[in-house]
Design a protein around this ligand. Sequence first.
Ligand code: FAD
Length: 380
Amino acid sequence: MTTYTTDVVVIGAGINGASCAYHLASRGLRVAVLEREAAPAMGSTGKSAAGVRVQFTTAANIRLSLHSLPVYREFAQRHDREIGYQDIGYLLLVPEERWERHLESVELQKRLGAPVEVLDPEEAQRYVDFDPTGLAGATYGPWDGVVDPHMATLAWVEMARELGTVFHMRTPVTAIAPDSPGWRVTSGDTRWSCGHVVNTAGAWSGEIGRLAGLNVPVGPKRIQIFLSGPVTDTRTYPLTIDLATGVYLRSEGDRVLFGLDNLAQDFGFTEGLDDDWLEHVLLTGVGRFPWWEEMGVDLKGSWWGYYGVSPDNSPIIGPHPDAQGWIDACGFSGHGIMHAPSTGVAVAELIADGATTTVDVEHFAHTRFGQDVPVEANIF
Ligand SMILES: Cc1cc2nc3c(=O)[nH]c(=O)nc-3n(C[C@H](O)[C@H](O)[C@H](O)COP(=O)(O)OP(=O)(O)OC[C@H]3O[C@@H](n4cnc5c(N)ncnc54)[C@H](O)[C@@H]3O)c2cc1C
């Protein structure tokens, strides 16, 4: 058995593991990242729709975005590395019954400093054509857009490596045991002895918790994304979500990427694309976007991946209540790309300083479950 000693072991080299590693190393800590795949970003990070937005309903999520989006917007200037940020915006199409509540969240977003535009359905058609039946209006976030999750992950991996972090690929964590103090993390015949474990194993974080005898209430849910054939409209569609049905789309080159969260989807590691679900998405979406009638589907370009989900679809970021030196940063549902900059900073501050100062993650603590805390409504 080969044994290494380090300050922190980060489990998982997705975008959150990479961000945590970089921010921890920036604080002078020795970090080892253990990843079972051959390269970073092979889990959910490589499967995402890449959207980033400030349009949330709870102050806690808006604040995570308010810290994260400028990091992405200014990444190239700050770090001299390209991460593919494009401010194509998010356009939310809002039905009448949800309009009043939606405007309250827009007020909150503006009060906290997020730029959001309120549009009537006619104005919103400058971005994408849709049938306005039943819609009261739309909101557009000009800071919102997309990043390239591979490029962002690899940027943080390189930056962490430059600060001395060691990334161990093809290194599945197989056992975790408490040490005194800290933890012993094992992969095959290699062991890391460390003061802190950071669990950024995405949809597999519950399994990592079980290896250590801890309840981390995060599990996998399959999400499917479909790609159209080429479309003739030359506009770049923002990430557009019809809040009446949940159908979403955005431009991907000369094609359209589209989908709909399957609320009836069982939790678990279900694999593959489901033809019946594709048909349901198309039949649902064509009502709002009649031009889908003419839109072909490129099944080979379509894909699926896992959300890691917690009981309230919001992340768990913070210490595990039953273990010293254990930090979870997982359960991000569809928000793990957009909130990775905040997550890395928060985890580094929790470990280096014992508390966060840059972003407040109190609302994402393990202990919130069963408490009367605001629940995010804009989960997509
Ligand atoms: C179809 C789809 C669309 C999405 N769209 C968006 C979007 O538009 N915007 C957004 O913000 N988010 C989106 N998401 C969510 C986003 O992709 C995730 O929240 C994010 O990638 C999570 O990153 P992570 O680093 O926490 O986890 P992951 O990227 O899943 O990384 C976890 C890593 O842990 C590794 N691992 C697991 N078990 C072990 C083990 N035993 N030992 C070692 N390593 C292990 C895995 O191999 C993996 O590399 C989407 C997700 C999907 C599936």
